[in-house]
Design a protein around this ligand. Structure first.
Ligand code: IMP
Length: 176
């Protein structure tokens, strides 16, 4: 198989520094309260894993899986709930951890699913935000990086299931 090294957009070091700052902000905002962290699979797994290590509060970890992209770099326009959380979030402080907000449809749909379950609070941490494609208003409480309208991969994000293992965020160039 051909070896391809994508161009680095955000380095491992920059990601680690930003995650430290986000962890501190979340720790301060939640004082002594327990948090239900919902990791949005698959893209947020690496960000979630590193971020929760920097949150100095009791955490219950849940996983959810939604899909809108299939194997393309363009959103299909509809979101499917592929796997739900197992715990009850009624009356709880919920922190959703997402990899990227692009059109905003995935997060808008997820917020709707969660709000009918009557949590005490719901906040969103997103590693990346691409304002160029935003169609649905989304409030990101804890943002890693705002990026240009480029298809990015690595640090959990994929193209057709590949590149999630890269320790940095890279840009996928034409032809790859
Ligand atoms: P949205 O619903 O359009 O906001 O898209 C959110 C989802 O699309 C993310 O959770 C990602 O899985 C995927 N996505 C959007 N942009 C990218 C990208 O540049 N690289 C990889 N996945 C992306």
């Amino acid at each position: 198989m051909e070896l391809y090294t994508p161009e680095v957009l955000i380095s491992e070091e920059e990601i680690a520094l930003r995650i430290n700052a986000l962890g501190k902000a979340i720790t301060n905002d939640f004082e002594d309260e327990e948090l239900v962290v919902i990791c949005v699979l698959k893209g947020a797994f690496m960000f979630c894993s590193d971020l929760i290590k920097k949150i100095n509060r009791p955490i219950k970890l849940e996983f959810i899986s939604l899909s809108s992209y299939g194997d393309n770099t363009l959103s299909s326009g509809s979101v499917r709930l592929e796997m739900d959380i197992t715990g009850n979030i009624e009356g709880k402080n919920v922190l959703i951890i997402e990899d990227i907000v692009d059109s905003g449809l995935t997060i808008k749909t997820l917020m709707e699913i969660m709000s009918v379950r009557r949590p005490k609070t719901v906040r969103l941490a997103s590693l990346l935000y691409k304002p160029a494609k935003l169609k649905h208003s989304v409030k990101i409480d804890y943002l890693g990086f705002e990026i240009e309208d480029k298809f990015v991969i690595g640090y959990g994000l994929d193209y057709a299931g590949r590149y999630r293992e890269l320790p940095y965020i890279g840009v996928l160039n034409a032809g790859h």
